[in-house]
Design a protein around this ligand. Structure first.
Ligand SMILES: [Zn+2]
Length: 258
């Protein structure tokens, strides 16, 4: 059975506030239509409301998912919760994967639905917002944004894009490709691998050379001001990516994305 893009308006009839309506509609849709990108299980279970860990889980493989939804597409940033607790959460193995859902209110249809696997969450993609002013009810409270443009494309897995449903096998295959990152317990080393993955994508070629990727040396130096051996670091990440079957070495200083 295929995925139905329609949000069930009936579900929200009993609610008045627009944010509650949106929550009920999108959670209801996810429970009925989404599947687990890790194991392919067709049913995701909902945690009781206000569970701090996550919103949904897969009974089959125990992956946790958080859902954020919006009536217009996500730009370069997604608003998230309190900054310090977000950073604490990243260090925790129980950090959930993040589903992002955007819907079109004129047709009550889901337009985009993607998942960011938890291994892509590193402190560099979390932006601290300005604390709330002293006159605010929660004065001093500091929120955060998730910087979507700092995440490699392989970390933004679309199940639905522009109302087009992606084949489930493709979604699950892309998901499997980067699970190795979870074994990298040190968040800092994971940051380096992710940055090099992003540089490879920015080259926009299936086959590339060491010279292509060295062009990003300055960019990486800005992102990692404490490191003076950027080229060594790049080559080290390429080795890791080769060992993990993410890229292939095809010749001296020549690579291919798998
Ligand atoms: Zn699962």
């Amino acid at each position: 059975m295929g995925i139905n893009l329609k949000l069930k308006r009936k579900l929200a009839q009993a609610y008045n506030s627009p944010s509650q309506k949106a929550r009920v509609l999108t959670e209801g849709w996810l429970k009925n239509e989404a599947y687990c990108p890790n194991c392919g299980n067709e049913y995701l279970e909902k945690y009781p409301n206000n569970t701090p860990v996550a919103d949904f889980f897969c009974e089959n493989c125990s992956e946790d998912f958080e859902l954020k939804s919006k009536s217009i597409g996500f730009g370069k940033k997604v608003l998230d919760g309190e900054y310090e607790s977000m950073l604490d959460r990243l260090a925790d193995a129980h950090n959930p994967n993040l589903f992002l859902l955007s819907y079109d209110l004129s047709s009550y249809q889901v337009s985009d639905f993607l998942v960011i696997p938890k291994q892509f969450f590193i402190p560099e993609i979390i932006e601290k917002r300005s604390p709330l002013s002293t006159t605010a009810r929660r004065a001093g409270w500091t929120g955060c944004n998730i910087l979507l443009d700092r995440i490699p494309e392989t970390g933004k897995i679309f199940l639905i894009k522009d109302k087009q449903i992606k084949p489930k096998e493709d979604v699950c295959a892309v998901w499997q490709k980067t699970l190795f990152l979870r074994e990298e317990r040190k968040i800092q080393s994971r940051g380096w691998i992710l940055d090099v993955m992003r540089c490879i994508e920015l080259i926009r070629k299936k086959e590339f050379t060491l010279a292509d990727i060295y062009k990003f040396e300055n960019m990486l130096a800005i992102q990692h001001p404490d490191n003076r051996h950027i080229k060594d670091k790049i080559r080290q990440q390429l080795q890791i990516l080769r060992n993990r079957n993410y890229i292939q070495f095809t010749g001296k200083g020549e690579y291919r994305i798998i």
